[in-house]
Design a protein around this ligand. Structure first.
Ligand SMILES: [Zn+2]
Ligand SMILES: [Zn+2]
Length: 253
């Protein structure tokens, strides 16, 4: 076979595939010009998690003065989290749910490749400083039901985008925790107490490293905080957090 034929055949194959199955908007299935792009209407509806936001947890502020002189939200001031900083690509609103719920529950695993570039942009500074990406783990029963961990898919896509390696089995989830949405901060902490731990055979590889924890959605930050506490107990140098979407705090608008 002449040299170079295989790549050109691949290119032809790809073109034929694009012709047969043209790329679609991941939110609404409208045809788009390239894979992974939102259509114009969905892009206009997408709420990016922009500043002003809490200097620590990244929760969006309605106006900058909500952060006070240090730029930190009331929750982080009252109880500083175990992670140093958290940032998100999107606001978790109706449009983000159209993307993320099928990603979590309906096998739309290709959405990881749609979200990762937005996460890489929002978390560019965090990725530059990170040694390792660690996804928030699922409990093994939930992993068996779902067959994939959406946070691990995001970490893998971010590794491809940034070159920072992932360690998908660094943490283990001992308990499948119920939805935390309606619980108070104290109830969340009690529910998550002991839920996460560093996998013993990974402890040596984590010590002294700067970890970027990866998840799909951050609500109160309680899950990220529990993971960060488990990583800190294994003597990591730092834990920051990068998520696809952040639930706005209704008190901060
Ligand atoms: Zn669309
Ligand atoms: Zn905060």
């Amino acid at each position: 076979m002449p040299q170079g034929l295989a790549p050109s055949l691949r290119w032809v194959g790809r073109s034929v595939l694009d012709f047969l199955v043209p790329p679609h908007c991941p939110c609404c299935d409208q045809e788009v010009s390239a894979p992974g792009l939102f259509c114009a209407a969905c892009f206009a509806r997408t709420g990016f998690a922009t500043e002003p936001c809490c200097a620590v947890c990244g929760v969006m502020f309605g106006y900058a003065a909500q952060g006070g002189p240090d730029g930190v939200c009331p929750a982080c001031r009252a109880a500083p989290p175990a992670f140093s900083r958290a940032r998100a690509a999107l606001r978790y609103d109706a449009q983000a749910r159209r993307l993320i719920l099928p990603f979590k529950h309906a096998d739309r695993t290709e959405v990881a490749g749609v979200l990762a570039p937005h996460m890489a942009r929002a978390g560019a500074a965090l990725l530059r400083e990170a040694d390792l990406l660690v996804p928030v783990p699922l409990h093994r029963r939930r992993l068996f039901q779902r067959r994939y961990n959406q946070a691990a898919l995001l970490a893998r896509a971010l590794t491809r985008a940034s070159g920072v390696p992932s360690m998908p089995d660094a943490l283990v989830r001992h308990r499948a925790t119920p939805a935390l949405g309606a619980k108070s901060a104290a109830e969340r902490a009690a529910t998550l107490d002991g839920a996460f731990a560093v996998r013993p055979r990974r402890a040596a590889a984590l010590a002294g490293r700067r970890i970027l924890l990866i998840d799909d959605v951050m609500t109160s930050g309680a899950t990220a905080n529990a993971c960060a506490a488990a990583l800190r107990a294994a003597s990591v140098a730092d834990v920051a957090v990068l998520v696809a979407a952040r639930v706005p705090d209704p008190r901060l608008g």
